[in-house]
Structure formats: C-alpha cells, structure tokens
Design a protein around this ligand. Structure first.
Ligand code: ADP
Ligand code: MG
Ligand code: MG
Length: 190
C-alpha cells in the first residue's frame, strides 16, 4: 500500500473510533472537565473524514486534516490536535521516520498548550508513544498503559486543573482520544 493510503487509513480508523467512543470520551470529560470531549472529537472526526476527499501526498493529507480541526473544532482539543497534525504535515515532508513525526506533533502540542510531561494531558500519551516508536517497541498494550497512567496524575493544565487534587483517579479524556489515535496508527500499519 502507498504511504499516503496508509495514512488515510490511519485517520479513517481514528475517526471511526472517535464516533464509537464518543459517549465514553464525554463521560471521562464529565468527571474532570465540562463533558464535551466526545462531542468535540466526533465533530472533528466528521470534518477530518471530509478532508480526506481532497487529493494530495502525505503532507497534504495531514495539512488538510489539520486545517479542518483548527477551523471547525472548538474547545482546547481542536486547536491542539490541529497544531499537532500541522507539525506532522511539515515533518512528513522532511522524513519518513514516524517517531520524528510524533516528536514534532508532541512539540507542537506542548508549545500550543504550554504543557509538559506529567501535566495530565494528551501529551502524557504522545510523549511515551514517541519514545516507544523510536525504540521500535510500541504495542497496543503499551498505549493502553500510557492512557491508564494518566489516572494517577494531578491535572496542571486545561479545565481539569481547576479541580486540583480531585482530578487524581480519573483518566484524562484527551489522553484517551490520543490513545485511539495511536491504536489506529498501529492498526493501519501507518
Ligand atoms: P475543553 O477542555 O475546552 O472542553 P476538550 O474537552 O475537547 O476541550 O479537551 C480536553 C482535553 O484537552 C484534555 O483532556 C487534555 O488532554 C487536553 N488539554 C487541555 N488543555 C491542554 C493543554 N494546555 N495542553 C495539552 N493538552 C491540553
Ligand atoms: Mg471539555
Ligand atoms: Mg469545552
């Protein structure tokens, strides 16, 4: 399969998961945020799928997807995923190394969100996934473990940070949706 087709398959599988897990993602966000993460991401999934109709190479696919999320999806997550995909678009023009793509995406999230490792955000999945990719050791089990590990963290960024200590004991919703992104990545063989 051509690389660009694998990337499209990756994003299609991600979008399908976001629809399937919409209620669960909003439940997670109800516990420590405003309960809209599932809706935000399902809306994003619709625009993302539409963006895949446009033709172009891998860089263009990421860029179109990024623009769709940046312009159409509200909340913290739209701009954060949009920025990450934009960084992937740029990096895909320079190298085929997936760990470098994900490193660029994580850097974009950290920059846009002014967040870092341990803040209990999506970054706490992107960063360890990046490491595992670089080592060639990424598995579905590891992704689930990275998501689950956000439970014990105290939120320092985003709405969940308003809860302080009460954010502990809950999975971060953006970490969970990012988990779906990387499960889809493995499934697509992207
Ligand atoms: P909102 O919080 O605006 O309602 P969402 O519910 O769609 O937006 O997304 C919340 C998720 O966004 C969080 O679970 C977290 O993973 C991520 N997030 C929020 N703020 C930041 C940030 N500053 N840096 C990184 N990720 C963040
Ligand atoms: Mg929310
Ligand atoms: Mg919101």
């Amino acid at each position: 399969m051509l690389m660009v087709d694998k990337i499209k398959k990756w994003l299609e599988l991600f979008a399908a998961q976001l629809h399937e897990k919409k209620t669960y993602l909003s439940e997670l966000d109800s516990a420590i945020g405003d309960g809209d993460h599932g809706n935000n991401m399902a809306r994003g999934a619709d625009f993302l799928l539409k963006s895949l109709d446009q033709s172009g190479d891998t860089s263009a696919v990421f860029k179109n997807a990024a623009m769709a999320l940046l312009s159409k999806v509200g909340g913290a997550s739209g701009p954060l995923y949009g920025s990450a995909l934009l960084a992937l678009s740029k990096k895909a023009g320079e190298t085929d190394d997936r760990s470098e793509w994900i490193a660029a995406g994580a850097e974009a999230i950290a920059h846009r969100g002014k967040s870092e490792a341990g803040d209990k955000t999506m970054l706490d999945v992107w960063l360890p996934v990046q490491k595992a990719l670089a080592d060639g050791t990424l598995t579905h089990e590891k992704i689930d473990a990275f998501v689950a590990e956000t439970k014990s963290l105290k939120a320092k960024k985003g709405r969940a940070s308003y809860l302080g200590d009460r954010s502990v004991g809950h999975i971060d919703p953006g970490a969970q949706s990012s988990g779906y992104l990387f499960h889809a990545f493995l499934e697509a063989g992207a």
